[in-house]
Design a binder for this molecule. Structure first.
Ligand code: NAD
Length: 321
């Protein structure tokens, strides 16, 4: 590749200067307007810039939002993406893309958007703040948990998912107490890589559906995932005992939803949907949207119990063991 377009969010544009210096004449230009959930206007603007610069590939440096913008370009241009992830979201390992138009986020799967190369470097995650590291890491744990009880779960992906949970549960407390601990950062990134593969390989269920719906209400992605996860697990616990046993084993606990909740409170993550901007009056609307259309889930998805799940997550109650 000879003409790379480098992508980032405005907050990470400094990293682009460094990559651009290293690439020299092989950098065709930079675009630093990546934003959460890939607004379609930004995707179109970035596609225009790629065309005008005659780019022959995209290099994304950042979290899921930046990787997502590279994917949006790849979707319509087939430009290959080289992803350099700096969070634990895992998008770099999946053929899943998302675009938001008029407040509505749509996702799809397309082999063209899967990055051709991924470069994991724990040094690039040292600057990720503790709160974001913890929430992003639990977003990765959520991919692993749902892969374990997916309708199309398979034994190899389940091994990866279990190992991903183990690596993240072991490393995140160290990352939060010392963000410059390169070994812990490295292990967390290893867990995120496994989680990304799990997300890309197995169909996700109620938990991801709920977070998708709540994302549409403007709630922050990683925090929403971490808050909802123990409650979605509790919802499915009886219907997916083998998956819960594997989660508990990889966290050295006995009750999987409780172990996830306890880890999150130790990490100092926000534990209530009401603390990340969800209005009480939106609980019913969210439950309604999440139960409108059927999708695979270990336990039947029904309005009443989902409403109860969301209320528990809104209030931040510990799921009873
Ligand atoms: P993000 O990419 O939105 O990043 C959050 C903030 O942290 C941004 O301001 C970013 O610039 C900053 N940041 C990232 N890395 C940093 C670092 N190392 N140091 C300092 N600041 C840093 O957050 P995210 O949670 O990684 O991604 C969320 C988005 O990704 C959502 O839109 C979600 O839907 C999407 N996603 C998609 C997939 C998929 O497979 N398609 C998977 C997971 C997430």
């Amino acid at each position: 590749m000879k003409r790379a377009l480098l992508l980032s969010t405005p907050e990470q544009k400094e990293s682009l200067h460094e990559v651009s210096k290293a690439l020299g004449s092989r950098c065709a230009g930079t675009y630093d307007k990546a934003a959460m959930h890939v607004p379609v206007e930004i995707a179109e603007d970035a596609r225009r810039v790629a065309r005008e610069l005659g780019a022959d590939c995209c290099v994304t440096v950042g979290g899921g939002s930046t990787t997502g913008l590279g994917k949006a370009i790849a979707l319509t241009s087939t430009l290959p993406v080289l992803a350099v992830p700096t969070t634990y979201a895992g998008s770099e390992m999946t053929p899943i893309y998302g675009l938001t138009e008029g407040g509505l986020k749509k996702t799809g799967r397309d082999a063209r958007v899967l990055p051709k190369t991924v470069l994991y470097d724990p040094d690039l995650t040292l600057s990720l703040p503790a709160a974001m590291s913890a929430a992003s890491g639990m977003n990765a744990v959520a991919h692993c948990v749902e892969a374990l009880y997916a309708v199309d779960a398979n034994p190899i992906v389940s091994l990866m998912a279990e190992e991903g949970i183990r690596a993240l549960a072991a490393s995140l407390p160290k990352v939060v107490s010392n963000g410059k601990d390169t070994e812990a950062r490295s292990e967390a990134l290893y867990g995120a890589w496994l989680a990304g593969i799990a997300l890309g390989s197995a169909g996700m269920a109620l938990h991801h559906k709920l977070c998708h719906v709540l994302g549409g209400f403007g709630l922050p992605h990683a925090e929403t995932h971490s808050i909802v996860l123990p409650h979605a697990m509790k919802y499915n616990a009886e219907a997916a005992p083998a998956a819960m046993e594997r989660v508990a084993r990889s966290m050295r606990g006995s009750d999987a939803p409780g172990a996830v909740w306890d880890l999150e409170s130790r990490l100092g993550i926000a534990m209530k949907l009401k603390d990340v901007g969800m209005k009480e009056s939106d609980i019913e609307r969210a439950a309604k949207i999440a139960t409108e259309a059927p999708y695979p889930n270990p336990r039947k998805v029904e309005y009443g119990p989902v409403l109860e799940l969301l209320r528990a997550a809104w209030e931040g109650r510990r799921p009873a063991g």
